[in-house]
Design a protein around this ligand. Sequence first.
Ligand code: NAD
Length: 517
Amino acid sequence: MTESTGSTGSWRVATAPAAQAPVAVIGAGVMGAGIAQVAAQAGHPVRLMDLREGAAAAAIAQIGKALDGLVTKGRMEAAEREAVMSRLSPAGATADLKDSALVIEVIVEKLEPKQALLRELDALLPPDALIASNTSSISITALANGMATPRRLVGMHFFNPVPLMKLVEVVWGAETDPSAAEAIEQLSRRWGKTPVHARSTPGFIVNRIARPYYAETLALLQEQAGSPAQLDRALRGAGFRMGPCELMDLIGHDTNYLVTQSVFEANFGDKRYQPSLVQKALVDGGRLGRKSGKGFYEGVPASTSTSPAESITASAADADVGAVTLAGQGALVERLGAWMTTRGVAFERDATTDWNGVALDGLQLHFTRGRCASQLAHERGQPGLAVIDWPLAPDRVEGLAIAFASRVDAASREHAEVLLRRLGWEPLVLRDVPGLAVARTIAMLVNEGADAVWQGVCDEAGADTAMKLGVNYPAGPFEWLALLGAPAVVDALDGLFDAYRSERYRVSPLLRQRLWG
Ligand code: NAD
């Protein structure tokens, strides 16, 4: 036991509820049922309660079916299933939960009913019981307001589907006691989860850092830069399991739009989180995604997960690309060089250029630096210029975004496309927008992660873990930063900032400091 004192007097809290300690879950919806299942599987007797008559019993029956599936697949013994089910029971009233060591609130995402319930629990439970909330967007500080013992309230943010998703954001409100947060951390680990600490700020970690994944693609669509299929292909090529458009179709545009609006409003209208007219139009028109049968795509988009090797034709595989020079330095140049070797493309090396990319006869392909091809062509007096996206995972790239300066002729365009196909990459010709698709998205994800750390929301390892486990990103923001280097990321962001003159692309002070060593 540890003792802590504070504004509300003396209060004791156990490190973490013991394995057989009773746990209660209030709210037997999608998330509550999943949390109850995980707690019961970890050995706790679990009381499940819901306002709706019969909802808790129905959820327990649903859990039974889920466990049947595990037994059928040989992932759980029948006896274990029975033991888990015997630990689950419905509760009729909050008063029935008074002996719980931990109560997790998983009700409707609205401040007032949550606050009322938490105050009631606070008055009911013994002083060393913990209270957690699974809210995905409401401030833990605001939820604790009115509780006599706000220090025992911790955000315990699970991800859907709870039994499968490993991440738990352990969210600290302004009053949360460190021992309470640590107890929830330990408990999450015992439940087979990976906890990451977050300070209660809008979107916590995952829903905050993920915003640019949607926002940059929506901005590109608004600018008519390319089609949803092209942009999805580009981002899948950076290692994401789903492109932003197909993912938004899956999540539902109504849900995604609401989260964006809530983060935007909670940040007092910071342009960085501004919702998109493109998404609003989808919501207004009832194109909510898969749930309504159509969104960006009609129904489920045909899987485009062809491997690069499959996607190139035989003629592209031995097309003559002429003389190729690998220009400049850095991680992307090295990766491209290694990939050209793998693909049997012969090239010269010139590390002395003041730009990075590939030179073909009369045409330079620059890795995008957040500037348009036409701008670079104009500034450098080099009309034969295109910008290409960042091939972060060359062997996975299905298509690489490319944009040509306005004066590039048809033969040079064709030449560049032949090279990309020769490398196994479908050329995704976009309008000449700054930052293309992958570069602007990754730079903004890194920037958001950097600001989250700069503002003390989480640490670097926490940001990486949260994004990989909470939304299955192929890498975390700080892993991308280590790969690309701060100069490349800051350069791309500064390019975007100049292009749009928008605070949206302002560089995080953390990244700027990395430039100075
Ligand atoms: P849901 O609508 O499926 O379930 C909510 C349940 O709470 C309903 O069964 C409802 O009857 C019950 N309820 C409402 N008010 C109640 C009250 N005062 N007392 C007892 N029961 C009450 O919702 P959900 O998707 O399970 O979400 C629940 C919470 O989890 C929300 O805070 C949500 O933001 C959060 N969350 C959801 C997800 C997700 O992907 N769905 C992910 C993470 C967190």
